[in-house]
Design a protein around this ligand. Structure first.
Ligand SMILES: CC(=O)SCCNC(=O)CCNC(=O)[C@H](O)C(C)(C)COP(=O)(O)OP(=O)(O)OC[C@H]1O[C@@H](n2cnc3c(N)ncnc32)[C@H](O)[C@@H]1OP(=O)(O)O
Ligand SMILES: O=C([O-])CC(=O)C(=O)O
Length: 372
């Protein structure tokens, strides 16, 4: 038996949801650059779930469906109020609340294609209310009910603050959602597919995926990028800080990628958004620090920034709490997870690889009181 550490380069499934070929990312054949500049997140959801862009009435139908399913069962917020909110990370709260959602869905274990599609709509529609609701509850505020005539992006920001966001913020947030929606067989998507390939339910698949996204080597990196920027504090401190980290062979959060070697095509969009937004907020230093870090890390190690690097200063500029960055990633990526889950169900086979055994051999049981 031969092993490949971390399954690097292993092709584990076929998929038509998204592809990364020669560092070009496409969703259902549409280049991410095209979608980032032009598409609404709702259009991308439709694209990922149906394999093509919607026409006007199909988009209206999906938008109506999402709006009709945005309200979260009251019990979810009641439980949240009982969480130790001063200690709980919002990703842990999201993971728990999504698992709890299944308890209030009569179709949770119904496995027909139609029922799974209905659950996909409910999950996509409710995650914004869960993320923003938790943020408000831990600040001693009541969750804000969704405004059903707002776009997905605008509604998220509205539920977070209770104020209708300006156009610049909506455009930026929509683009961030589009850029994070899917990414081939990344760790959280693979997790979701492994889970549902046992014919477990959609909620279990999404709960598992949230758990995988939370880790700092995956979606959890964006929060850590902001922690690093905050610790550095000023542009002049970048050089000594990064010098020391590189000399100590520390990992710099937001750099490197398992698949992209020349660069992550999403990063340039977030970089430009970071430049514009930090200028508007009068805090260009976050962008300038980020550029200086990129120059050093890419220059010396040949490691380009990934999607998590510039998203940190983008979300910070939108006034979002740093520990909500990864839940926002999940709010977008759930669209991709759901597309992959539906695809997995449509042609399922249990995912069960092998392990090469390297443990001890020919052991004999020794009774407890005879062991040293
Ligand atoms: C949405 C996403 O999930 S994007 C990724 C988000 N994660 C991060 O930003 C965390 C920082 N980056 C990393 O830890 C890695 O680059 C990963 C996890 C993304 C990819 O990991 P792998 O493909 O396993 O690469 P691996 O960790 O083996 O790195 C290869 C080499 O580059 C180095 N390297 C990789 N990333 C970094 C980094 N961010 N900073 C410094 N060195 C790095 C490794 O130390 C290793 O060096 P070595 O060969 O001298 O030991
Ligand atoms: O593909 C990966 O390994 C991680 C990533 O960039 C993503 O999930 O967006």
């Amino acid at each position: 038996m031969s092993t490949t550490r971390g399954l690097e380069g292993v092709v584990a499934t076929t998929s038509s949801v998204s592809s990364i070929i020669d560092d070009v990312l496409t969703y259902q054949g549409y280049n991410i650059d095209d979608l980032a500049e032009n598409a609404s997140f709702e259009e991308v959801i439709y694209l990922l779930w149906n394999g093509r862009l919607p026409n006007k009435s199909e988009l209206d139908e999906l938008t109506k469906d999402l709006a009709a399913n945005m309200d979260v069962p009251k019990e979810i917020f009641d439980y949240m109020k009982a969480y130790p909110t001063d200690k709980v990370h919002p990703m842990a709260a999201l993971r728990t609340a999504v698992s709890q959602l299944a308890l209030y869905d009569d179709e949770a274990d119904e496995m027909s294609e139609e029922a799974n599609k209905r659950k996909a709509v409910r999950l996509q529609a409710r995650i914004p209310a869960i993320v923003t609701g938790f943020s408000r509850i831990r600040n001693g505020e009541e969750p804000v009910a969704p405004k059903k005539d707002l776009s997905f992006a605008a509604n998220f920001l509205y539920m977070l603050t209770g104020q209708e966001p300006d156009e610049t913020s909506i455009t930026a947030f929509n683009k961030a959602l589009v850029l994070h929606a899917d990414h081939e067989l990344n760790a959280s998507t693979f997790t979701a597919r492994v889970c549902v390939a046992t014919l477990s339910d959609v909620y279990s698949g999404i709960t598992s995926a949230i758990g995988a996204l939370k880790g700092p080597l995956h979606g959890g990196a964006n929060e850590r990028v902001m922690a690093m920027l905050s610790e550095i504090g000023e542009v002049d401190n970048v050089e000594p800080y990064i010098r020391k980290a590189l000399d100590n062979k520390e990992k710099i959060m937001g750099f490197g990628h398992r698949v992209y070697k020349k660069g992550d095509p999403r990063a340039k969009h977030l970089r430009e958004m970071s430049r514009k937004l930090t200028k508007i907020t009068g805090e260009s230093k976050w962008y300038e620090m980020s550029v200086k870090i990129e120059d050093m890390v890419t220059g010396e190690k040949g490691l380009p920034p990934n999607v998590d690097f510039y998203s940190a200063s983008v979300y910070h500029s939108l006034g979002i709490d740093h520990d909500l960055f990864t839940p926002i990633f999940a709010t977008s990526r759930v669209s991709g997870w759901l597309a992959h889950i539906l695809e997995q169900y449509s042609d399922n086979r249990l995912i069960r690889p092998r392990a090469e055994y390297v443990g001890p051999d020919k052991q004999h049981y020794v009774p407890l009181d005879e062991r040293s």
